[in-house]
Ligand binder design. Structure first.
Ligand SMILES: [Zn+2]
Length: 278
């Protein structure tokens, strides 16, 4: 091993000698010619060195201008990912602000953190001048963006769930209030029941608003004189609101969407109760 190394060194130094040691010249004429030649070569070399330098500068400039669009593209991609992550974080934060849920709060916090990571990666890309660093930054920014979007989705789903629960709770509360009101309803009497719709044969002209001014709604609107608009009547287990006129007190006209339904209802009688406001 040692021998081979030595041999290698010798070979290297002998090559060095061969290329760098000036030859010994036989006479002055030859020496002058050689001096001129050396001078020429020195000048040429200088020039050639300049050329080389210029060439390498050109090729570097070319290389940079070739790479620059890619680097810019990378920086742009990282920035876009950071912007998307920030948008997702804002969205998640919006849900967290409007809701109470701990899960939503946590998802929003995670999304904000993801957005910060994405932005840090974009900043890294912005300051970097090599493709490798920028590629890495883009990868980090995009992964952070995806996580931020997932967390925003989690926050949205949490908010939807919460809204659904709130709606159900409100419905249950309204039902409880109605049940309570029904329990204390006042018996008015056994009234005549008929039905009508919004057609010309029921109302003279079609499509009219009720006498109280609102448009009639099936399953809700009834007409009867001698009682305030807005009064709630319990008829056959269902609560209606007096919004129209056309029949005297003691005769409830129930609104239906179609004339066929009104006809089918026909005429009957039922116990009617006045339900207090609830
Ligand atoms: Zn009709």
């Amino acid at each position: 091993m040692f021998v081979r190394k030595m041999a290698g060194m010798l070979l290297a130094s002998s090559m060095f000698v061969a290329v760098s040691v000036s030859p010994v010249y036989a006479d002055a004429t030859e020496k002058t010619a050689v001096n001129d030649l050396e001078k020429y070569v020195a000048e040429y070399d200088l020039d050639s060195e300049n050329h080389k330098e210029k060439d390498s500068t050109d090729s570097l400039t070319e290389k940079i201008s070739d790479e620059a669009p890619d680097l810019d593209e990378g920086r742009e991609a990282a920035n876009e990912a950071a912007e998307a992550a920030e948008e997702a974080a804002d969205e998640a934060q919006g849900y967290a602000d409007k809701t109470e849920g701990e899960e939503i709060e946590e998802a929003a916090e995670a999304a904000v953190e993801d957005a910060e990571n994405a932005r840090a990666a974009a900043d890294l890309a912005e300051g970097a001048n090599d493709g490798k660093t920028i590629d890495m930054a883009v990868e980090i920014a995009e992964a952070a963006k995806e996580e931020a979007e997932e967390n925003a989705k989690k926050a949205e789903e949490g908010a939807e769930k919460e809204a659904e629960e709130a709606r159900k709770a409100a419905e249950a509360e309204a039902a409880a209030r109605e049940a309570e009101a029904i329990a204390s309803a006042e018996y008015l009497g056994n009234f005549t029941l008929t039905a009508y719709c919004n057609c010309a044969s029921c109302c003279g002209t079609a499509g009219n608003a009720t006498a109280s001014g609102v448009m009639p709604t099936s399953g809700h609107t009834v007409a009867m004189g001698g009682i305030d608009f807005g009064s709630k009547l319990l008829i056959n287990g269902k609560v209606y609101t007096v919004e129209d006129r056309g029949t005297p007190y003691g005769h409830v006209d129930i609104f239906f969407d179609s004339h066929a339904e009104a006809l089918q209802f026909g005429m009957s009688s039922a116990d009617v109760y006045l339900v207090p406001e609830y």
